[in-house]
Design a protein around this ligand. Structure first.
Ligand code: SF4
Length: 172
């Protein structure tokens, strides 16, 4: 099996291809549409094949943020605030969250080059449809997950403390 398809693959620095971010930018030159946030809970339905973002962006009304209706994929870049060496700390935090509903692995055109798949395998795919690239300031958990300054260890401590507080409330 090609290492490009293998989570945790061992490609060398010289041969390592660019991986792609599945919660990427809409406006990068290489950006493609990963899927449509079409489900009743706004989770993603994945396109069968990548469509250049530049083809679909003009169809979105000017008063609608593109990431509200579409998910985009673009290159995983070294300057990203979520990057730590070759890892994405965002998916390290997202995988701490429970998968919504049945933990299925969706069909997805990005898998062979997806940074999240390479890093965490099916665990990422089980959470991927529910990921919103848009930032929700009114959701404290989403805020902590999206904040590059919050490490996975800090998030885990916050989740544990929140769980302990909820358990204590239920006993009161
Ligand atoms: S479903 Fe899996 S492989 Fe596809 S974009 Fe999401 S994390 Fe990557």
């Amino acid at each position: 099996m090609d290492t490009e398809d293998t989570p945790g693959g061992t490609a060398t620095e010289e041969t390592k291809p660019t991986t792609w971010c599945p919660s990427g930018r809409a406006d990068a030159p290489e950006s493609v549409v990963l899927g449509v946030r079409s489900q009743s809970d706004a989770s993603v339905t994945y396109l069968a094949a990548p469509t250049p973002a530049a083809e679909l962006l003009p169809m979105i009304p000017a008063n609608i943020e593109p990431t509200r209706v579409l998910r985009f994929a673009s290159h995983c870049v070294s300057g990203c605030a979520h990057r730590s060496n070759n890892d994405c700390t965002l998916i390290s935090k997202i995988q701490m969250l429970p998968a919504a509903g049945e933990p299925a692995v969706p069909r997805c055109h990005l898998r062979a080059r997806c940074q999240w798949w390479r890093q965490t395998g099916a665990t990422a795919c089980q959470r991927c449809p529910a990921v919103s690239t848009a930032y929700h300031a009114d959701d404290s958990l989403s805020t902590r997950v999206a904040d590059p300054a919050v490490t996975p260890a800090q998030l885990q401590r916050w989740i544990d403390a929140d769980h302990d507080a909820a358990a204590s409330d239920s006993r009161a």
